[in-house]
Design a protein around this ligand. Structure first.
Ligand code: FES
Ligand code: MG
Length: 591
């Protein structure tokens, strides 16, 4: 246990205790007094701890934070701090148009201003739904005041007719069933609603469970907290301990830059493979890394992550859901397995002041059906691979979700076991896809490679989760559930489709995808890590010249001011899709 720092070291003192500028001090003080804080408190030298509130009626996944914040506040007060709760720009993955991806950088931007511009000595980041976690961590990385993440936790398990129904994952399945005429609209809604039985975020290994697990693996939260389901008593308890701990972190001056080291990011990449984490993780980790000044090239994902086996048996790659993950031991049990193989940098410091090795080394798996021991994984080599070629400089593929059906159809040629080839059918944005997918005139067969372009950070501002495209209904009825999908958009972490996605640069930035045409043949080689359209360089150059002369790849006009602003400065997904230029504002609380 540590004691609070001397008053003169706290940055909040610059607002509240400034004898040289007494009139300004009075101005800063008076309005903070009018909701219950006393003058004695504000001048007591106690650290002022922000609670960055991401929950609201607009963001139901994080809404339970409105309840948890009360417990955080009690923890802060008990440890000798003053709590100030404030709203963060909400991001609801399933509700925001055109895509929640558009709002991550907006939320980041807003939070940076709040953390920098107000008298806050530290912050509790209430994270959860997909983009809220990276937005908060990116802002904490930029400002670099002591910060700790508190997950809202997953929903309870969903059930339908005795089977687990996972949020998101069931939607993709139900869509296929609806398209194949196996269920009607009513049953479709019943199935989907069954997957969301309580407060909390997606109970699958979607982007929310992924990013909260990775926040813990990075060391930015208390150990063991990511997996606790939202409604559990333990969730309230860890909220209280998170509040207590952040006050100690101020005393210890333990900042994001002390925790978010290159080693911490490598740990997170290894954990992501073992949990079967979302394909959104490379984008968000790249963004956090850039804001804290750590070099994390996309190839690190394959170098450090590809050979790691899948240990966590959660949907979409496996069978179970969030409650099971927690009961089986959550992130610490996974990390313990990886530590034994020497895959974790054990000395990386975490938010509780101990190393990840100290926190996790001795944690046992409580249910080996849900978290497998390293020796008996669900799949070997479960990490991402990075692909490149004349279609893009980089794209990734989540190999852990390649199904037996997919492998048998595309990856079983004995002479060429890791490659496949076929004619392209190209869609320009998700609306184009939805209009035309069931049109027989497209001639989609089991050989087809489906392309989605115009779905990147600029083209569909924020980058849409649309690359996982279901095949036409007539193919599903023939038993073909997945075609290879390739695109410059993202994919929901709850989707089990082995798409090639996050392609950078996107078509809207005149990447190679802008040049491909329906009917071109494309070859994908997973062993070599290549994806190429099989036409000559000269022909490609000619197409590029013609497209540029016609004004470039066309995409819809912006509908809001923020869409226009972000389109002007956003980078590509390979490097985190951050606001280019923002990364130079590092550690600004110390300057
Ligand atoms: Fe919010 Fe999945 S939609 S966590
Ligand atoms: Mg998502």
């Amino acid at each position: 246990m540590t004691t609070p720092k001397p008053t003169d070291k706290l940055r909040s003192r610059a607002w509240f205790d400034n004898p040289a500028n007494i009139d300004m001090t009075a101005l800063y003080l008076e309005r903070y007094l009018n909701f219950g804080l006393s003058l004695e408190e504000l001048r007591s030298g106690k650290p002022i701890i922000g609670i960055a509130q991401t929950g609201s009626d607009l963001s139901p996944c994080n809404r339970h934070h409105l309840v948890l914040a009360e417990r955080v506040r009690e923890g802060i007060r008990e440890a000798g701090g003053i709590a100030i709760e404030f709203p963060v720009h909400p991001i609801q993955e399933t509700g925001k148009r055109p895509t929640a991806g558009l709002d991550r950088n907006l939320s980041y931007l807003g939070l940076v201003e709040l953390l920098y511009g107000y008298p806050l000595d530290a912050v509790v980041l209430t994270v959860g739904c997909d983009k809220t976690t990276p937005a908060c961590l990116m802002a904490a990385a930029t400002v670099n005041i002591p910060a700790i993440a508190l997950s809202v936790g997953p929903m309870l398990n969903g059930w339908h007719k005795g089977e687990r129904t996972g949020s998101g994952t069931i939607v993709w399945k139900a869509r296929e069933m609806l398209a194949a005429g196996q269920i009607d609209d009513k049953e479709f809604i019943r199935l989907v609603a069954s997957s969301a039985p309580s407060t909390g975020y997606c109970n699958t290994m979607g982007t929310a469970t992924t990013m909260n697990s990775l926040a813990e693996a990075l060391g930015m939260s208390l150990p063991g907290q990511a997996a606790i389901p939202a409604p559990y008593r333990d969730r309230q308890e860890v909220a209280y301990h998170t509040g207590k701990r952040i006050v100690e972190m101020v005393a210890e001056d333990l900042k994001p830059s002390d925790i978010l080291t290159r080693e911490a990011f490598e740990n997170a990449i290894v954990v992501n493979s073992a949990i079967g984490g979302s394909t959104n993780a490379p984008i968000h980790l790249a963004a956090i890394a850039r804001h804290v000044g750590v070099d994390l090239p996309i190839d690190t994902w394959q170098e450090k992550g590809h050979k790691v086996p899948l240990l966590v048996n959660l949907q979409p790659a496996g069978e179970y859901l969030g409650e099971d993950y927690y009961r089986a031991g959550g992130v610490p049990a996974v990390v313990a397995q990886l530590i034994r193989q020497g895959l974790i940098h054990e000395h990386a410091v975490t938010a509780n002041g101990r190393t990840i090795g100290e926190n996790c080394r001795d944690v046992a798996i409580e249910d080996e059906k849900v978290i497998r021991p390293f020796e008996r994984p669900i799949k070997e080599d479960a990490g991402f691979i990075v692909l490149r070629g004349n279609l893009f400089d980089s794209a990734i593929m989540k190999t852990s979700v390649i199904s037996d059906e997919f492998r048998a159809r595309y990856l079983s040629n004995p002479d060429d076991p890791d490659a496949f080839e076929g004619p392209a059918v190209v869609f320009d944005g998700p609306e184009d896809y939805h209009h035309r997918i069931d049109d027989p005139a497209l001639g989609i067969t089991a050989e087809t490679l489906m392309f989605m372009r115009g779905a990147g950070p600029i083209g569909y501002p924020g980058a849409a989760e649309v690359v996982n495209m279901r095949p036409p209904a007539y193919l599903i009825r023939e038993g073909i559930h997945a075609l290879p999908c390739i695109g410059d958009g993202r994919q929901s972490g709850t989707s089990g489709s082995p798409s090639i996605l996050n392609a950078s640069p996107e078509a809207a930035a005149m990447g190679g995808l802008a040049l491909i045409r329906t009917g071109d043949r494309v070859r994908i080689d997973l062993a070599k890590g290549t994806a190429n359209v099989l036409i000559s360089d000269a022909e490609l150059a000619e197409r590029r010249r013609a497209l540029a002369a016609a004004g470039g790849y066309a995409y819809p006009a912006s509908q809001t001011p923020w869409q226009e602003i972000q389109r002007g400065i956003v980078g590509q997904m390979e490097t985190g899709a951050i606001l280019e230029g923002a990364e130079k504002y590092q550690r600004i609380a110390q300057t």
